[in-house]
Ligand binder design. Sequence first.
Ligand code: AMP
Ligand code: MG
Length: 492
Amino acid sequence: MTLPFPFDNSYARLPDRFYARIAPTPVAQPSLVRINRPLATSLGLDADWLASDEGVAVLSGSQVPEGAEPLAMAYAGHQFGNFVPQLGDGRAVLLGEVVDRQGIRRDIQLKGSGPTPFSRRGDGRAALGPVLREYLVSEAMAALGIPTTRMLAAVMTGQPVYREAELPGAVLTRVASSHIRVGTFQFFAARGDAEGVRLLAEHVIARHYPHAAQAEHPIRAMLEAVIAAQARLVAHWLLVGFIHGVMNTDNMSIAGETIDYGPCAFMDAYNPATVFSSIDQGGRYAYGNQPRIAQWNLARLAETLLPLLDEDEPTAIKLAEESLNTFVPAFESAYHDGLRRKIGLSDGQPGDQDLVRALLAAMVENQVDFTLAFRRLADAVQGPDHDEPVRGLFLDPTAFDAWAVTWRQRLAQEPQSRQAIRAAMRATNPAYIPRNHRVEEALAAAVEHRDFAPFEALLAVVQHPFDDQPDNARYAEAPDPDSRVYQTFCGT
Ligand code: AMP
Ligand code: MG
């Protein structure tokens, strides 16, 4: 008989101090909300089995499948700049790892699966709303081509969780390249456990950055690979208007995937100072701060590696600084390339960044919707008689007109046909993102009325972000002033 999950658990083979072995806590009455069938298939899992009673028992944490070695991972982290030496999976267990059809090892984790030794005062549970938010937003990110953890399933537990109100409980099955975080390195470094840091680094190299093993200095190569992955990731976020919301070092993946979707949000009107998270009073994790914060977090990672970079501390610090200095050029190159593509320019010329900056400045000034502006700009490639939809987004449309003159002069130097430029812009500028007001609407229907239709509809739309979908055009629209969302909540 083939097992439902062909587990091969490399993390569980690390020493005991890397985790606490703990099974998920059974729930009262598991019921399926959703299985991600294409993802199940790509993992080599049987989606029909997952949707069966037996499968749902596993996905709710009521049954431990054969071959699983459930554990809660240990990690530390800087939360809003303050170091906490022990966090860890307080409401999640790693069931194990499977190797997917592309040969990539993937963690299968239950989130909201009950208390663990890392729960502190928490109940180990998750509420339905945040589970559905993570499902929607992470699947939207995947469809946008942005590295992210994925959702294999969501189930309800049939048990309430108590937050500011009584809410339905749910468990999410999360798939990740790994759940190793900057904070995982910090956990060992903070204990002076140099051997732990070394074993973790070796595990990370073997699993995520095998080329680093061949480098002259594998640890340095690993650090630089993480820096490069994070630089690209944050550039991606900015290019679609995504705000993570809680970029603590425990929420930053070593594999360079977007992880831990809490009070995350996509910006409507463009403004780099935008913050949604109710817990981010100082704006530390504002949209425009994300590159700086990523760099700060990576410096915390580098610190944990100092003893491995060189025996001589000043030399180690110098090497770490050199590696950290690769962040800004890597970020800027990805970000500037992406912005250039967003306005239809294939390769860079001097002055292109000024052109982009002028547009962004006009967008801030005129409170222009970020997503709509770039999507509609693609149509304006056809000529000034197609400008109205984009120029109409500006409080003062003549601000667009002034910019468009220079833009068209620059476009004239592009070798491609107008049609090709427009097609390229439409493939990089999404029409559909999980807009906050739509997300809130979908979550409210599910939580208040167990009506999952709006969730399913929104999910279907954001899974095809670059298609026109005329029947779903309302999902592309910016919120009207009454439905605009100004704050999002963790709900943990
Ligand atoms: P987060 O804000 O979700 O990144 O979580 C930060 C830390 O709090 C992690 O160690 C989580 O495991 C823990 N945590 C969050 N929510 C809960 C909960 N309901 N029960 C136990 N631990 C939790
Ligand atoms: Mg977290």
